[in-house]
Design a protein around this ligand. Sequence first.
Ligand code: HEC
Length: 193
Amino acid sequence: MSAVMKPFADALSAQDARDIGAYYATQEAGAGVADDTLVAEGPYEGLKFYEVGQKLFRSGDAERGIPACMACHGPDGTGNPGPAYPHVAGQPSQYSQRRLEEYRAGETGYTDPRLFNIMATVASELTDQEIGALASYMEGLHPRANDYAAADAPPAPAPATPAAPVPPADAVEEGQPATDLEADAEAGPVTGS
Ligand code: HEC
C-alpha cells in the first residue's frame, strides 16, 4: 500500500488520499489494507490515517460521548452472535464510510429504525476525517486470533513414523500441558490488535 500511496500522499489532501487508497484497496483480491498515510494537520496530526480510526474503534472518545466501537462489534470487528451487531471488518472502506455518513445524518427509510438509531447516536459526533479513518481501519481489520490459533494448533494427526525425537515420558507429563496453555494464552489477546 505505501508504495502505491507514496506518489499521491504528498500532493493530495487527506480526503483525496483516502479515496484513492480505498479505490486501490478495493482492487486487490482478498483482504483489505488500511490506509497508513500520515495525517498532516488537525487534531490527529502525526498519526497514521487508520490509527485515528483504531483509537476510536478501541477506546471511543468519552469526552464527546462516542463509545468504543469494539464494545458492540468486537475487538476484531467480527460482530457479536445474533443479528444485532453486524460484522464490520474487511469491508471496502467506501461502503463503511457511506454507512457511517448515513447514520450520522440520522435518516433512514427503515420501518423499524431501532438498530439504525443505535448507530445514529454513535455516529452523530463523528467528523468526516474520523469516519474515513474508521472505515479504513475496519477495512484492514482481520480476525487474526483465528489465524494465530490455527498457526499454534498442534499439527494434524501424527505421522506413523514420528519425524522428531520423542521426549522422555516425564518431560511430556510436565512440559506438555504448560505449552498448550501458553499457546491458548497467546491466541487470546492478539485478537484484533
Ligand atoms: C451500542 C452498540 C454499538 C456501538 C458502540 C457501535 N455500533 Fe456500529 N452498529 C450497531 C448496530 C446495532 C448496527 C446495525 C444497525 C442497522 O441495522 O442499521 C451497527 C452497524 C454498523 C455498521 C454497518 C455495517 C454494515 O455492514 O452495514 C458500521 C460500519 C458500524 N456499525 C460501525 C461502527 C463504528 C465505526 C462504531 C464506533 C464509532 C460503532 N459502529 C459503534 C451497534 C453499535
